[in-house]
Design a protein around this ligand. Structure first.
Ligand SMILES: *[C@@H]1O[C@H](CO)[C@@H](O)[C@H](O)[C@H]1NC(C)=O
Ligand SMILES: *[C@@H]1O[C@H](CO)[C@@H](O)[C@H](O)[C@H]1NC(C)=O
Ligand SMILES: *[C@@H]1O[C@H](CO)[C@@H](O)[C@H](O)[C@H]1NC(C)=O
Ligand SMILES: *[C@@H]1O[C@H](CO)[C@@H](O)[C@H](O)[C@H]1NC(C)=O
Ligand SMILES: *[C@@H]1O[C@H](CO)[C@@H](O)[C@H](O)[C@H]1NC(C)=O
Ligand SMILES: *[C@@H]1O[C@H](CO)[C@@H](O)[C@H](O)[C@H]1NC(C)=O
Ligand SMILES: *[C@@H]1O[C@H](CO)[C@@H](O)[C@H](O)[C@H]1NC(C)=O
Ligand SMILES: *[C@@H]1O[C@H](CO)[C@@H](O)[C@H](O)[C@H]1NC(C)=O
Ligand SMILES: *[C@@H]1O[C@H](CO)[C@@H](O)[C@H](O)[C@H]1NC(C)=O
Length: 376
């Protein structure tokens, strides 16, 4: 669904003759852009999907915002299915304590430079800096006190007026002009993605990743020493089903990375169902082949679903091949082609889950520090 919204964006970008660096086809992925490493500036933490209580998911029209994209990116909620591309957060203006009904909050989108949303001429647009951000008031739909974003529906208010969605399709806007709470739109913000993590292969002891801007799509997923610009190992884990902010073994997840410039392009792990090879696909957060499960290394036939912690050893299983993913030689690429008990898998089919991403030595650009794997 993001594809639909962004395709529209591109058409308009091209029509308006804006920055070609933002265009999405291979031909114009400039060298300069390739050299902007992806995933390096990935912060660590949870992000959320924004949806209406009635089940429509939100995105931004005309994304990315100025100076390189559009004027302002309008918030709208017209997508009937979850799209992990869009990542949102509410942050307390006074950054202390638990989120509570009545708190002043900023609404932000996963964008490095201009992440804030504001009310402009009565409607909510995003892609502005902190100084222009609107301080919304967040209110629980019912009751008072602490807000649990996993379960509580919330309203947003701007200067005493409740915000509500109005209009259809691409003309929809979130307008903050309602006096009655009952006229506002109730939103849910289940957790959808954790930034950043790394999967360190048990055989190579290096983190796995792919070339963010491949010359020839798709690029393989490898877990080796690497020195080419564009290769990314700091991954964001997107949940297949948004909910509580926890990554559990046995649940569907995908691994993805955004470009560090605008977080506009996104590449993610997928698998080719026929060849069973894993690949890194640009800008297509759709398809059953994007889902994988991390599985504890046990012989148990019951599918344990426990929260992953830093350092947990896991196998990686594709939701579409139903087989474990790994490599057979250090220089090889990942294939999801192995059956059997997780505990009996060869090292190349095992991984150490690293919370916080892969640490890089100060002053280096793309030289991995093997010490970080704990095995040097
Ligand atoms: C991965 O992310 C962490 C946390 O943001 C950062 O310290 C590290 O340098 C990044 N490593 C690479 C290779 O981008
Ligand atoms: C937030 O902090 C500012 C400055 O310390 C204070 O004026 C304001 O009342 C606080 N707002 C809330 C909602 O606590
Ligand atoms: C929020 O609700 C979920 C689901 O009921 C629960 O598991 C979680 O512990 C709650 N979080 C907090 C901080 O209370
Ligand atoms: C507008 O949305 C409605 C309901 O979701 C849909 O039936 C209709 O096809 C959409 N129209 C356009 C032009 O996309
Ligand atoms: C990807 O891996 C396959 C099989 O290992 C290999 O044949 C192919 O050349 C690789 N592609 C790239 C772009 O390296
Ligand atoms: C995981 O993803 C696969 C492929 O889309 C799907 O068939 C399966 O139902 C999903 N599992 C869960 C628990 O959502
Ligand atoms: C798991 O099963 C394999 C194959 O049956 C066996 O070799 C291995 O010892 C078992 N591991 C554990 C921890 O039970
Ligand atoms: C899985 O794929 C790798 C790489 O193509 C290959 O070397 C290995 O033999 C395959 N394993 C199975 C069990 O098919
Ligand atoms: C995870 O463990 C590694 C050591 O293996 C450590 O460097 C890193 O800081 C830990 N991450 C978090 C979020 O604590």
């Amino acid at each position: 669904m993001a594809t639909m919204a962004k395709a529209t964006t591109i058409a308009l970008l091209v029509a308006a003759c804006f920055c070609v660096a933002l265009a999405r086809d291979n031909a114009v992925r400039t060298n300069a852009r390739r050299l902007a490493l992806a995933g390096m500036k990935t912060p660590v933490g949870w992000w959320y999907t924004l949806k209406t209580k009635s089940g429509m998911f939100c995105g931004l029209r005309d994304f990315p915002p100025k100076p390189d994209g559009y004027g302002s990116s309008r918030l709208y909620c017209i997508f009937p299915t979850y799209d992990h591309y869009w990542m949102w957060r509410v942050t307390k203006v006074n950054d202390t304590g638990a989120l509570t009904s009545g708190d002043e909050v900023y609404l932000t989108v996963y964008q490095p430079m201009l992440p804030y949303c504001k009310v402009s001429s009565g409607i909510v647009v995003c892609g502005v800096g902190a100084s222009a951000a609107t301080k919304f008031v967040i209110e629980k739909e019912t009751g008072k006190g602490a807000i649990n974003l996993t379960t509580d529906a919330v309203y947003l208010k701007s200067a005493t007026k409740y915000c509500s969605l109005t209009g259809k399709n691409h003309s929809q806007v979130l307008q903050c002009d309602k006096t009655a709470k009952s006229s506002g739109t109730a939103f849910l913000l289940p957790a959808s993605a954790y930034t950043a993590a790394a999967l360190v292969n048990g055989y190579t002891e290096y983190p796995c990743g792919g070339d963010f801007y491949p010359d020839n799509d798709p690029s393989n997923i490898t877990c080796g020493i690497f020195n080419a610009p564009g290769f990314v190992v700091n991954m964001t884990v997107a949940l297949g089903t948004p909910g509580a902010p926890v990554i559990k073994t046995g649940t569907n997840v995908t691994f993805k990375a955004y470009d560090d410039l605008y977080r506009y392009h996104m590449s993610q792990f997928k698998v080719n169902k026929q060849t069973k090879r894993m690949y890194f696909e640009v800008d297509n957060p759709a398809g059953a082949n994007q889902w994988f499960q991390m599985v504890l290394l046990t012989n148990s036939s019951t599918t344990a679903s426990v929260p992953l912690t830093n350092g947990t050893m896991v196998a990686l299983k594709s939701a579409v091949t139903g087989q474990y993913c790994g490599l057979t030689v250090a220089a090889g690429s990942l294939s999801c082609n192995m059956t059997g008990h997780a505990a009996a898998l060869p090292a190349g089919y095992t991984y150490r889950f690293m919370d916080g991403g892969w640490p890089m030595k100060e002053g280096t650009t793309a030289t991995w520090d093997k010490v970080a794997s704990g095995k040097a």
